[in-house]
Design a protein around this ligand. Structure first.
Ligand SMILES: [Zn+2]
Length: 231
């Protein structure tokens, strides 16, 4: 807890979340962290600062980081489809450590499947990183030029003004909310991601249905079946 969020019994020391302020914090094997430690991330993720209080001192430290995390689907790591040795209870216990409120704070949740052998052996790679980086820089510039901030920084109350939806996109999101697929917090996050997808595609002023649909698709539930596939 102390090394991640900060604190200490004598002097207050910054944790990894403050050391990665303005950068990326990558937590591997998220399912192995104690739930109380993971819940300690919720407040700083929301506010961008961490308030630490000890008997004789308190401090507020910066903690605005981009959180990236990875987890196996189960204690044994899953392996190829059908190879998992864990029973349903073990699997559920493992994923239950990742609380709904914490998972809700991730903009993107993507299930990554084992690559097939042909993909590993193939020499024709994907796009070079430099090409992707240029596209990302372009999308950030478009957002900054249009609204003076990044899409991720749009306050919920200004989404209609700064990232307006096409009526079809509104209908899609209404359906997701009514079906309980989206929470209120998730709704705001999906709208910001959808605006970014639109910027990456060079789309116009309105966020369209295909943009919100793609953003919703990249927000999978982490309930994993015995075949290692996200439900
Ligand atoms: Zn397993």
């Amino acid at each position: 807890m102390v090394s991640l969020v900060g604190g200490g019994s004598t002097a207050i020391r910054p944790g990894e979340i403050s050391l990665s302020h303005g950068g990326v914090l990558f937590l591997d094997e998220l399912g192995e962290f104690a739930p109380v430690v993971l819940d300690g991330l919720r407040q700083p993720l929301e506010e961008g600062v961490i308030r630490l209080a000890r008997a004789r001192a308190s401090a507020t430290l910066p903690a605005r980081f981009l959180l990236v995390a990875a987890t196996n689907p189960c204690p044994c790591g899953g392996g190829p489809p059908g190879a998992c040795e864990c029973d349903d209870n073990a699997r559920l216990r493992y994923l239950r450590r990742l609380s709904g409120p914490l998972l809700d704070r991730f903009d993107l949740r993507v299930a990554v499947h084992r690559p097939v052998v042909d993909d590993l052996l193939s020499t024709g790679g994907g796009e070079p990183s430099a090409v992707v980086a240029a596209r990302v820089a372009g999308a950030r510039r478009r957002a900054l030029d249009r609204i003076g901030m990044l899409n991720a920084e749009i306050p919920p109350g200004r989404l209609d003004e700064l990232a307006p939806l096409h009526p079809m996109a509104t209908a899609f999101l209404r359906q997701q909310l009514e079906a309980d697929v989206l929470t209120g917090r998730g709704y705001h996050r999906v709208r910001r991601v959808a605006r970014t997808i639109a910027d990456l595609a060079g789309a116009g002023e309105l966020v369209e249905e295909r943009h919100v649909a793609m953003a919703a698709q990249m927000r999978v539930s982490l309930r994993i079946s015995s075949r290692g596939r996200a439900a």
